[in-house]
Design a binder for this molecule. Structure first.
Ligand SMILES: *Cc1c(COP(=O)(O)O)cnc(C)c1O
Length: 464
């Protein structure tokens, strides 16, 4: 498989190069040059197969030419063996044709493990093959950091430094990162906000000498391999709900950077019957405003009960823009440059109408989020986390056809956000068995000032 940039001005690459490159050189995002297809009989067959087998089959055309098939199957199997549910992504029937797709059974209790457990192993494989190493630096407001650390721990090819805002992430989130004592894992608590952490990372990437010296890399959500891994569970959910017999499904997805829901779009392009995409936002509702009006305009970010969706810009939207403009790199490039300079992106009537055929969105505020958590608990006995609740509420508001099953994505385990869940229900969700001793484990992190030189020096002196 070859990959092309959404801005049309970077060289085509194969999977292994796209994996390590992340962003394309023209500032665009890589997408496959054609969408492979899943035949209806394959979708029927998937309903009875283990998750890892389905995943290997679906992803194979995307990686073919870069890795040996048997080895790829082994890597995929190892990635999903870290999940503590035999189905990996179980479906739970909530009644009324609504199903929860539980994506939180991985090591760090959020859906990011589905992609990062695989991406960490693929990085390691490719770097070993090239006799190379990288230094991964990332900023986190919570979920990404722990998932990336779990994916990279104890790998000889990777040194990972994660910046989090000192005192501003939850205790569960911090401990999931800081109790990993592996020699290649470095947690930096920055005396500042999440935005400060992100700015520091951007400055480190802009420092060419530093970038080359440490072979700087990232595993952020624009990496194609993450999207690829996420396509799998849309096909798995569909196969279990009759997709192989042509039964369509609607998906509701609590959305931040748009990586997760774009994977659903990819599944549809491959042949999975999907009738509707519902994008759930919290008060940071750039996407839902955009879907309603066709005009994307940034505003400041405000904290909410679903912090992993507190975003200003949804980077992966560029991939959908590329598809709905008929894969025109020139159009995407022009729109994205205008967006960068004016903070505004206008879609144009025709493309907006095209988008609205299948896409809708709802903004769910904190109060509605708590109400939904309480309602679901009272009706079904299930505790859902605030991100999941945003998806459920948006699904209820935007669902067009009640005869079509609605799958709402459960992106985090309730124990990751125990305060909100307790506030809504009076019940404090407990951590799963694998993390029962999280609060007595030893922590290790360094506190640094919000200062580029301090962070750079720390990385220079602490990587092996
Ligand atoms: C990252 C995250 C999201 C947002 O996903 P995107 O792919 O960025 O749209 C939603 N919920 C949880 C719990 C997350 O960790």
């Amino acid at each position: 498989m070859r990959y092309v940039s959404t801005r049309g001005a970077a060289p085509d690459l194969d999977f292994a190069d796209v994996l390590l490159a992340g962003l394309a050189r023209d500032g665009g995002l890589y997408v496959p040059d054609t969408w492979p297809t899943i035949a209806p009989d394959a979708l029927r067959r998937f309903a009875g197969l283990p998750y890892a087998d389905v995943a290997t089959e679906i992803m194979w055309p995307f990686v073919e030419g870069s890795i040996d098939r048997e080895l790829f199957g082994t890597i995929v199997a190892e990635s999903y063996a870290t999940f503590d549910h035999p189905d990996v992504t179980p479906l739970r029937d909530l009644g009324g044709g609504v199903h929860l797709l539980e994506l939180f059974h991985g090591p760090t209790l959020a859906f990011k493990d589905l992609a990062l457990q695989l991406v960490g192993r693929l990085f390691d494989h490719e770097l070993t093959h090239r006799s190379s190493t990288v230094t991964i630096v990332g900023a986190t407001s919570g979920d990404t950091g722990s998932a990336a650390i779990e994916a990279c721990r104890d790998r000889d090819t990777v040194e990972i430094f994660i910046l989090h805002p000192f005192g501003r992430v939850s205790d569960v989130q911090r401990r999931q990162m800081t109790t990993v004592l592996s020699a290649n894992v470095h947690n930096i608590a920055v005396e500042g906000t999440f935005d400060d952490c992100q700015d520091l990372v951007k400055l480190l990437f802009a420092d060419e000498m530093f970038r080359d010296r440490v072979r700087l890399s990232a595993v952020n959500s624009i990496n194609w391999a993450r999207v690829m891994a996420q396509i799998v569970y849309y096909a798995v959910a569909s196969s279990r709900l009759g997709g192989g017999l042509g039964q369509p499904v609607a998906f509701s997805v609590p959305t931040g950077n748009f990586g997760n829901v774009f994977a659903g779009y990819g599944a549809q392009r491959m042949g999975v019957p999907i009738s509707q995409y519902i994008v759930g936002s919290n008060r940071n509702d750039i996407l839902t405003r955009f879907l309603a009006t066709g005009l994307m305009r940034t505003e400041g970010v405000e904290p909410s009960l679903s912090p992993s969706m507190d975003i200003q810009v949804s980077s992966n939207f560029e991939r959908l823009l590329f598809e709905i403009t008929g894969r025109s790199g020139a159009t995407v490039s022009e729109r994205m440059l205008a967006f960068r300079s004016d903070g505004e992106l206008a879609l144009g009537g025709e493309h907006h109408a095209l988008l609205q055929e299948q896409w809708s969105g709802a903004r769910i505020d904190d109060e509605q989020t708590l109400t939904v958590i309480r309602e679901v608990y009272e009706r079904t006995g299930e505790l859902v986390d605030p991100h999941t609740a945003v998806g459920l509420a948006a699904g209820e508001q935007c669902r067009r056809d009640p005869t079509i099953p609605l799958v709402s994505l459960a992106t985090a385990h309730p124990a990751k956000f125990p305060d909100a869940v307790e506030k809504a229900t009076g019940v404090r969700p407990g951590l799963p068995a694998r993390l029962h001793d999280l609060f007595t484990r030893e922590e290790r992190f360094v506190v640094l000032p919000n200062d580029l030189a301090a962070v750079r020096d720390y990385i220079d002196t602490h990587r092996r």
